[in-house]
Design a protein around this ligand. Sequence first.
Ligand code: ADP
Ligand code: TRP
Length: 321
Amino acid sequence: MRILTGLQPSGKLHVGNYFGAMEPAVRLQNEGEAFYFIADYHAMTSSQDAAALRANVRELAIDFLACGLDPEKAVFFRQSAVPEVNELAWLLSTVCPMSLLEKCHSYKDKIANGISPNHALFAYPALMAADILLYDSNKVPVGKDQKQHLEVTRDLAVKLNETYGEHTVLLPEPIIREDTAVIIGLDGRKMSKSYNNTLPIFGEEKPLKKLVMRIVTDSTPVEDPKPVEGSTILALYKLFASPEDYATMVSQHEQGGTGYGDLKKRVAEAYWDFFAPMRARREAILADPGYVDDVLAKGAARAREEAGKVLDRVRAAVGLR
Ligand code: ADP
Ligand code: TRP
């Protein structure tokens, strides 16, 4: 079974990204042949800044490896290291009705927000379909926001097969992570860069712990019981603490006598300790300057080998051979 997913390089990773995307991907690398890539072409649909792109790609590669991606198990590469994906995107475009792309939320949202969309943003789902179909992927784990793009991918796969023969490309299955896993941010809304309510995974101890003190609470006095339902402190603590420590904090909420400041300090400690192994791995990776390039080069070679096979088959089917 081949499992494929892509992550956009878009700056500092936060706790929501970790539990929502990285940790599930790291778990899945044991369940099949994982192909994980950094979606650098996709990132260019919304930002055209060469230095930032270069830095963000490197940062994401380091962070993903630090979080447990094992290059012995998973094929890890940059999307753009396999330029064959553009050829398949083109072939898919030829069977892609305009109306299919016009329906896509990511495109419609930009228009609704008054942003003038570029052609790449419009064509984005066709490129994403190519990412998936180029590797004969069986399973594609994604967040709920990507569900529609997976539907487009399947539509295009069916269309290509109807047009050129039923085994031209393989029909992939999405694995949609449903909303149960939404991690909330410091202000109680979904944790997101766009809300400026995130806890980064990596950074310096003092500023990171200080961020935790910004968790928004009500103004229950120290001695009074505090609401458990809807408590951001508890929701975040649950991610980092053992079940016993979590239960202790729940009863401290119920009993009263502990102030929000003290409770937050415990969240800060647990948060810092939780990411200690990842920080240690990150330090080790940084100490070996060639390591990341080496991993990505090996991953790209392996991915290209696979892409070449699939693309040859598709070229033959469509009449380019
Ligand atoms: P942001 O909202 O900060 O811009 P992205 O949209 O770049 O985050 O998300 C990248 C990945 O992380 C996606 O797969 C998404 O599902 C996951 N993710 C982001 N925020 C959360 C969250 N608060 N809870 C769970 N998963 C999240
Ligand atoms: N569009 C995805 C996102 O923004 C990233 C992505 C690109 C992807 N190509 C993919 C995810 C292929 C899964 C499969 O999160």
